[in-house]
Ligand binder design. Structure first.
Ligand code: ADP
Ligand code: MG
Length: 761
């Protein structure tokens, strides 16, 4: 247990290609003691778990030609300077630019002196040589590191061999050009990734990172000047004797060691701490990777970033995990790179076999014909030698275009989505989004605004006139008592209805009752103790099954529900107090979003809600949802999604916000969470998050997914086709090294640019 929790978090400096990230990961994973290793290309983060020495890991990273920077809020800080400036400052790109400069000068001289022998014979090789050398420096280093770490041949090795070979046979211009173009392709890739990082970083501003802290009232403004209870004069400053402890929502950054923090069900634990009160199963997967929730009791340790289950926890902050808001999103993004999509996995596997095969074939082509049949090894006056042909083949066969095509497109897609406020956790969800044909929605907080208004309160003993809206009931003492009891529990829930209950209780300045042992019943309600009494606040369905309620009340409830109201019943001790009815209108954007979905090719929309059928039906009618299933428990939502999956295949998206939606989000092809209003639980489970809660971005994201898939398919097809054509030409002996350079690097640049088109607004 101790061991699995041991974790190293480092940041890699100088990592400039997705391929490098994968290689680093592979190499570190092979160190003894490493259980799991994740290198994220986009955030440059390295996460290692298992009993392994930090020094060993650092040494391995250095051996591979990278450096280690301290982790921490690095990724949160926006790097100084514009993006281009940053790009130009990278040593690798400087080398590429210098190389390109030499080459351009050399070509320029050639152009000027064409025809006349004005230029000395050594100048052009020298310029191309210098250009090639500066272009070669970084790829050669990376290739060497790969070779040494025993991971076989990669693109860098292949390009280095090709360039050196071309130099050796005196094809200076080709040699220099191929290597500089190769580096240019990688620079473009680096640029794309940098943009994606920026966009994702800016998403963090959308994610509210607040915590509920219990603070004693100090230096109270309101009570200043009152006579102190002990008669020792007037109250001026210090602890306020009247207010007592108060719960406040504060920014996570302002928390201090020793603060008491309340974590509601489904919320993220804001700082490392010790449990003071409450019990709950906490999901620590974001931190330790263990998939089963861990039961937490008073005195248990909890970690910042883990997610609370259905109980309420009160913590004392023991350590400031300063980067946790960030690391939470970074974590999500880190998953983005490591979860490769299908095309990427295909290309990876392909390149692993293909690259060594090509190098072997080229070596064979260079040596076999000269040795076996006495064919010319070097060029003769009449024809190219076999070394030249082999080099041509080698360059054409470089899988660069294939290797680059997918990641650049996917990363561009993720960046484009991030700019719209949509966090997509990787290539797989992006691609899956593109496949979506059926979308299931949760109702409360997803299709509706999630800001219910209290419309009606009614006492079980029918002491007040019912059905006349909030105004009529406002002066009923019994109703207010019921509301105060409900608010005592709901203060600890993050459900939209809970917020409505507490807000109304506050508006009416009802007395604050203390509640203990509050527990969330996902999709049904909340339960807890107020004073000595067990209190349950929950849906009609919850009461129907387990608790008796008078048939008269049941009818009134049904009438409210038929009216499109969401209802909550309040049971206090042995007695049913009455009910509260809310109205939660649809978001303004829901209708347009559904229309846009249909335009984007979505065949069917379904509503899966825990609310009553009356409300569900009226919202669905208003919005034009195809199919409605109401009164669902979390597990029923999962079943409904599974049903859709069997009917429609692997193209079902589920959109939700609540703790009760999380299992269904996980079951769907793509789970989509509301980011701002939704619970951390849903955010964690989902593959995609609408960080700004803007539903209109959903159809846009689906269209984006479709474009990405198309683009990837095109890129791979295009790259393969070009290679086939030129390989044929090379075998026939009609391809020149120049053709090869353009077939290979030209194709790479084209597919890269094609992928980058997604970045355009
Ligand atoms: P939806 O699926 O539409 O988002 P939920 O499943 O979250 O709705 O809730 C279903 C029903 O369960 C609500 O209409 C309400 O009656 C009840 N409920 C859920 N959470 C709470 C809560 N915190 N307090 C009271 N009732 C709740
Ligand atoms: Mg909901």
């Amino acid at each position: 247990m101790e061991d699995t929790a041991r974790e190293l978090n480092l940041r890699i400096a100088g990592m400039d290609c997705a391929d490098c990230a994968a290689k680093l990961e592979g190499s570190i994973a092979r160190l003894e003691g490493v259980r799991q290793c994740r290198v994220d290309f986009m955030t440059a983060g390295l996460r290692v778990s298992g009993p392994v020495d930090r020094e060993q890991v650092v040494a391995r990273v250095r051996a591979l030609g990278y450096d280690v920077a301290e982790p921490g809020p690095v990724a949160a800080v926006e790097p100084a300077g514009g993006r281009w400036l940053r790009l130009v400052r990278q040593p690798r790109n400087v080398a590429t630019l210098v190389g390109a400069g030499f080459i351009l000068v050399a070509f320029g001289l050639r152009l000027i002196s064409s025809g006349q022998a004005a230029e000395p014979g050594w100048l052009s090789p020298l310029l191309f040589g210098l250009g090639g050398l500066s272009g070669l420096w970084f790829p050669a280093r990376a290739g060497w590191a790969t070779l040494r770490s025993g991971q076989g041949l990669d693109m860098n090795v292949l390009m280095t061999v090709a360039a050196l070979g071309a130099f050796a046979i005196g094809e200076y211009a080709e040699a220099a050009t191929v290597i500089v173009l190769f580096s240019l392709g990688e620079a473009l890739e680096g640029y794309t990734v940098d943009r994606a990082r920026d966009s994702i970083r800016s998403l963090m501003h959308l994610a509210p990172t607040e915590a509920t802290v219990v603070r004693e009232c100090v230096d109270c403004q309101e009570c200043q000047g009152r006579p102190l209870p002990d008669g020792s004069g007037l109250y001026r400053s210090g602890a306020c004797p009247w207010c007592g402890a108060e719960e406040q929502r504060v920014a996570v950054e302002t928390l201090r060691v020793g603060d008491r923090v309340i974590v509601k069900p489904g919320e993220r634990i804001p700082m490392d701490g010790t449990v003071l009160r409450g019990r709950s199963a906490v999901n620590q997967a974001p931190i330790t990777g263990e998939s089963l929730p861990v039961e937490k009791l008073p005195a248990s340790q909890v970690f910042a970033g883990s997610i609370n289950g259905d109980g309420v926890l009160e913590l004392e902050v023991t350590r400031l995990a300063a980067d946790n808001t960030l690391s939470r999103l970074i974590y999500l993004v880190e998953q983005a790179q490591t979860q490769k999509n299908r095309a990427q996995r295909f290309v990876d596997r392909f390149a692993r076999v293909y690259t060594p095969a090509v190098v072997g074939a080229a070596a064979l082509a260079a040596l076999l014909p000269p040795l076996a049949w006495g064919a010319p090894f070097l060029d003769t006056a009449s024809e190219h030698g076999w070394l030249y042909r082999a080099l041509t083949m080698l360059v054409i066969a470089c899988p660069c275009a294939l290797v680059i095509a997918t990641p650049v497109t996917v990363v561009s897609g993720i960046a484009a989505a991030a700019r719209r406020g949509v966090l997509i956790k990787g290539g797989t969800p992006l691609e899956a989004l593109g496949r979506v044909r059926v979308v299931a929605f949760d109702k409360t907080g997803t299709l509706t605004q999630g800001q219910p208004q209290l419309m009606e309160t009614a006492c079980a003993d029918a002491c007040c006139a019912s059905g006349n809206g909030a105004e009529a009931a406002a002066d009923c003492q019994h109703c207010d008592d019921m509301l105060a009891v409900a608010a005592a529990l709901e203060r600890y829930s993050s459900h939209p209805l809970a917020r409505a209950v507490t807000a109304t209780a506050e508006q009416r300045a009802l007395p604050r009752l203390a509640a203990e042992g509050v527990e969330n019943l996902p999709g049904q309600g909340v339960r807890g103790r107020v004073g000595e009494r067990q209190v349950v606040v929950g849906s009609h369905g919850l009461f129907h099954d387990e608790r008796l309620h008078q048939s008269e009340l049941c009818e009134r409830l049904a009438a409210a529900e038929a009216n499109g109201h969401t209802t909550l019943l309040v049971q206090d001790g042995g007695a049913l107090r009455g009910y509260l009815a809310f109205s939660d209108p649809p978001r303004h954007t829901s209708r347009d979003m559904l229309a846009a979905l249909r335009k984007a090719g979505v065949l069917r929309t379904v509503m899966l809600t825990g609310d009553n059928p009356g409300v569900a039906g009226s919202v669905a009618d208003e919005l034009g949802i195809d199919d409605v299933r109401a009164g669902l428990m979390p597990e029923n939502k999962v079943d409904a999604v599974r049903n859709l999956l069997t009917t429609y295949g692997d193209q079902v998206a589920m959109v939700g916000d609540g703790v009760n939606d999380a299992p269904a989000l996980a079951a769907a092809t793509v789970g989509i969470a509301m980011g701002a209003g939704g619970t951390a639980q849903a955010l964690e489970t989902a593959d995609v998050a609408l960080m700004a809660d803007d539903l209109l971005q959903l159809p846009a994201a689906i269209r984006l997914g479709r474009r990405v898939s198309r683009s990837v398919r095109f890129n791979i097809g295009f790259a393969l086709a070009i290679k086939a054509v030129f390989l044929g030409a090379a075998v026939l002996g009609v391809a020149t090294l120049w053709m090869a350079v353009f077939a290979d690097m030209g194709a790479s640049l084209l597919v890269t640019l094609n992928g980058m088109r997604l970045l355009r607004r």
